[in-house]
Design a protein around this ligand. Structure first.
Ligand code: NDP
Length: 311
């Protein structure tokens, strides 16, 4: 007999939302999460989630979590899932010493930060090389920093870092016109006197012995060094789809889980939601992850009950 109707893997916006909807559908739900809150935790200010005109990502995720818990979802706080298996129609999820059985699974494992893969990055990680401005900004008071990237994450990080650092360079490999960040954030970055923008420059090497001292970039084929005390690498993310791949779930070229409109996958009873999927036009937002979580929960409910509720 199954322990759960639905087992949700991943405790970010998509997973919490799936847990909220699953319990509201009367399903017995388990939520297993490695990092409570997921990537939204790193947003120092969320200004586009309806109903909250400026809230920290961590605070918003706490509200998601509390709501899921109050509605009765079982939470395994640090449940690092190692395997999702299937025996007949039943799923078996292995997390450490424990095994859980369930009728349906929703994978909401999100994504992890992409690495540059250049010399010095690994060696100086934690010694000036950083990936989360919200977590580490306070360690760089009155320092000179570089942020690498041209999307929302890079621009928002650069703005946050100016609250502590004395100077922040944002270094982008293409031109201003190619920057992917939302215009409202670009405007705030451009108005910020502590931020200097450097375009058409690709990072080649991070230099330093005990800590970061400089970064070597290449601009139009010529190398140049930028003296900094730290560097924040904000160059996007890679979907955490390894568990799905092992189970034979279909992935896109970019490694995202292929989902249909109802968030189902090619494996019967297995659904997915959030940044790990090909859904929502790959627009990675808290609201899109949450809505995919809701749809996945409804689809799981229809699957396990054979009902057509809501259609
Ligand atoms: P993006 O994929 O949007 O941007 C990544 C940036 O890194 C691009 O500018 C890319 O350059 C650059 N880049 C990638 N690889 C390298 C490399 N090897 N060397 C140098 N530069 C590189 O990632 P984000 O993390 O910024 O955003 C991901 C998603 O999350 C987006 O959908 C974004 O909107 C969303 N998000 C939303 C926020 C919000 O407040 N609403 C906050 C943060 C993220 P190029 O442009 O040349 O490809």
């Amino acid at each position: 007999m199954s322990d759960y109707d639905v087992m949700i893997i991943g405790a970010g916006s998509a997973g919490y939302s799936a847990a909220i909807y699953a319990t509201r559908f009367g399903m017995k739900a388990l939520l297993l999460g490695k990092e409570q809150g997921g990537q939204a935790n790193e947003a120092f200010s969320v200004e586009n989630y309806p109903g909250f005109n400026g809230i920290s990502g961590m605070e918003l995720m706490k509200k998601f979590r509390n709501q899921a818990e109050e509605l009765g979802a079982d939470m395994e706080a640090m449940g690092q899932v190692e395997k999702i298996g299937k025996q007949g129609k039943e799923f078996i999820v292995t997390a450490g010493e424990k095994k859980y059985k369930g009728k349906a699974v929703i994978i909401a494992t999100g994504s992890r930060k992409r690495k540059l893969g250049i010399t010095g990055e690994k060696e100086l990680a934690g010694k000036g090389v950083a990936y989360c401005a919200t977590c580490d900004a306070m360690f760089f008071r009155d320092k000179t920093l570089a942020v690498i990237g041209g999307g929302d994450s890079a621009v928002k990080s650069a703005i946050l870092l100016t609250e502590y650092a004395k100077k922040v360079y944002i270094v982008y490999r293409k031109g201003r016109e190619n920057m992917r960040a939302m215009p409202s954030w670009l405007k705030r970055m451009e108005e910020n006197k502590k931020i200097e923008r450097i375009f058409h420059s690709s990072p080649k090497k991070i230099n330093g012995k005990e800590k970061v001292e400089s970064i070597t970039f290449e601009k139009k084929g010529k190398p140049f060094d930028l003296k900094v005390d730290g560097v924040f690498i904000e160059i996007g993310s890679v979907p955490e789809s390894g568990l799905a791949r092992e189970l034979g779930v279909g992935l896109t070229e970019k490694g995202r889980i292929k989902v249909k409109d109802d968030m189902s996958t090619n494996v019967e009873g297995l659904f997915a939601a959030g940044d790990v999927t090909s859904g929502s036009n790959e627009f990675e937002q808290i609201i899109t992850a949450a809505s995919e979580g809701a749809i996945a929960a409804e689809s799981a409910y229809k699957y396990i009950t054979g009902s057509q509720w809501g259609s």
